[in-house]
Ligand binder design. Sequence first.
Ligand code: ZN
Length: 226
Amino acid sequence: MTAPVTDAVSALRVDVARLHQELIRWNLVVWTAGNVSARIPGTELFVIKPSGVAYDDLLPESMVVCDLEGRVVEGAAAPSSDTAAHAYVYRAMPTVGGVVHTHSTYATAWAARAEPIPCVLTAMADEFGGEIPVGPFALIGDDSIGKGIVTTLLAHRSPAVLMRNHGVFTIGSTATAAVKAAVMCEDVARTVHIARQLGAPAPIETRDIDRLYDRYQNAYGQSAAE
Ligand SMILES: [Zn+2]
């Protein structure tokens, strides 16, 4: 690796280790489930969590660097068991800079029913631009999870997909943006679930969803990631 790449790897090791603590903070994961990765800009590499390490023990130096085929390039531990899915997303979606996977409770309850979360909140229109879609049932071991994530996300504006009977995958231009999408996904999954217990949530007109999405993505704050 060249010196600038080594510097980028060091910075992203710190970033990705820190973002795993955000998954704990926002109550999105239990035990060792869940993972965050970040593409190393200008390379065919990404940084990801090691497999089966307790969240308290996740340090920058324990992160693993992989190539876009999911092979380990740097790191002592085996990478996350979801590495192949992350690698597939980076290969297929060149603008994606970060990927997150969780089994967060409310969102995964929608995934268990294979039901998309309807866009019935303005915050959903802002972040997801419509429903949060369901991806296919897929088993770990080959490219089927990655393929299911990419096919579903390419057909929607949502940066989050509920993989059927499994859990949530989110993408972003950075790993921070992907973590934000995972946090927001769980939040709206919970709110819409509660709304459902009380009756039928009122729909938002497509035209208004478009307006909200455009405003939030293009004009709100400093950038969509904030
Ligand atoms: Zn999983």
